[in-house]
Design a protein around this ligand. Structure first.
Ligand code: OVM
Length: 409
């Protein structure tokens, strides 16, 4: 795969003097998902900005430009969708999220509610029960010895704590991961992954839509707290339903893939597993470094609200810009030895949770789960070994495994 420095298409050349790298490569292809890293390198090295002719979009893969786009919400908006579809031209597959797919001032009102629900105070109250569940999960796996690191650990642990924390009923929770998979596939182009996910969407959408209603949520929990903001006059009940939907969309598959990333790293980097075992208090940073290293959320789009300058080129108004978060998180201009998983690394500044006003509002819950499950592993497990071929999961936005056969002692 090459990123040729050929003459850009006319609509590109018009504004940028002809120096913009252009490529027909498909960043939503299975081939790319199997091993994105060599292409990430090519994309970073071809220039600070490039044009992807297949989709008629701009792309940024260097840390500096990804960060620039993330921080400038006034130029690079979210309200036209953070996937390929431009909401100014296409009807979204579901009503837009009140946080993810809005700009200030609307965004900020919704964001405030979620930040409070997912605040340090709330998260502190959850620690004890989340910790007990992490210990139970690891204890049960130690009895079994051999298991699937994705299904039995990376999925099982968040599924044992998050739905209860939201206040979901016991029935139908099996829809949560398929629904999230659908939402993250839907950010991509109309390829097979997106089309097939949408074709199977109906039961998952029906479940999530129903569970977001106040009467279906427990009296205590994230869901109830969102709905309490209606009583306080901060949001309407329709808005509360959509904010609970955000929790159900973004709160589970993300942490599954974050935990899966760290686990896969620790299983491959023996010295880092030993370092974690000797200092279990490194668990939180081991999780964070897993996020940097694998970037479970690989990409997001923005749309330009006006002509924008990036890397010395001009992007016209109304253009989609694809941010390669995973490439930025391994940019040698920003990171020393980026291809090494190093649990002692200073990870701050990574864009695995985004940056700026839309930066992951659930990051404290994610980190709590990541820290607790890795800490339980570090304290209880001596050896961790991959026993079979890891199987990759393919999604237009999420990077992770479908299966990781492993053994622990
Ligand atoms: C949302 C949301 C937020 C972040 C990520 C995401 C599917 C969704 O508000 O629904 O991915």
């Amino acid at each position: 795969m090459t990123v040729p420095q050929e003459q850009p298409a006319t609509e590109v050349r018009r504004d940028n003097g002809g120096a913009l790298p252009i490529s027909d490569f498909d960043p939503f292809s299975i081939e790319f998902f199997k091993d994105p890293f060599p292409i990430h390198e090519e994309l970073r090295e071809c220039g600070p900005l490039f044009y992807l002719s297949r989709y008629g979009i701009y792309g940024v893969a260097r840390y500096e430009q990804v960060h620039q786009v993330l921080m400038d919400w006034q130029t690079f908006c979210s309200s036209r969708g953070v996937g390929l579809a431009d909401f100014a031209k296409e009807k979204p597959w579901r009503p837009p999220s009140l946080v993810l797919e809005k700009d200030p001032p609307e965004h900020d009102r919704a964001r405030k509610i979620l930040s409070k629900v997912l605040s340090p105070v709330t998260v502190k109250k959850l620690r004890e029960s989340f910790e007990a569940s992490a210990e139970r999960t690891v204890d049960a796996l130690l009895v079994r010895g051999r298991f699937d690191g994705v299904r039995d650990l990376a999925e099982a642990y968040p599924m044992s704590v998050f739905p209860d924390a939201v206040g979901l009923g016991a029935e139908g929770r099996e829809h949560l991961l398929p629904y999230a998979g659908l939402a993250f596939n839907a950010f991509g182009p109309p390829n097979e992954l997106r089309d097939q996910a949408i074709a199977k969407a109906t039961p998952h959408v029906a479940y999530v839509t129903e569970q977001c209603r106040r009467e279906n949520l427990a009296g205590a929990g994230f869901g109830a707290e969102v709905h309490a903001a209606v009583d306080a006059g901060q949001i309407t009940s329709e808005e509360a339903v959509l904010l609970v939907r955000s929790l159900l969309t973004a709160g589970i598959d993300t942490t599954v893939n974050g935990i899966g990333a760290a686990l896969y790293c620790l299983a491959r980097f023996d010295d880092q597993w030993e370092a974690l075992r000797s200092e279990p208090q490194l668990a939180r940073n081991a999780f964070e470094e897993g996020i940097r290293f694998e970037s479970p959320v690989q990409t997001f789009f923005r749309t330009t609200t006006r002509a924008a300058e990036v890397g010395g080129h001009v992007i016209p108004e109304g253009s989609k810009v694809l941010m390669f978060l995973g490439a930025a998180n391994r940019d040698g201009r920003k990171w020393e030895r980026p291809e090494l998983y190093d649990i002692r690394r200073v990870t701050s500044g990574h864009v695995g949770f985004g940056a700026g006003i839309h930066m992951c509002v659930g990051q404290l819950v994610a980190r709590l789960e990541g820290e607790l499950i890795l800490s339980a592993l570090a304290r209880k497990v001596k050896r961790i070994r991959i026993t079979g071929e890891p199987v990759r999961a393919f999604n237009n936005t999420l990077r992770g495994l479908r299966s990781l056969p492993m053994e622990i002692e």
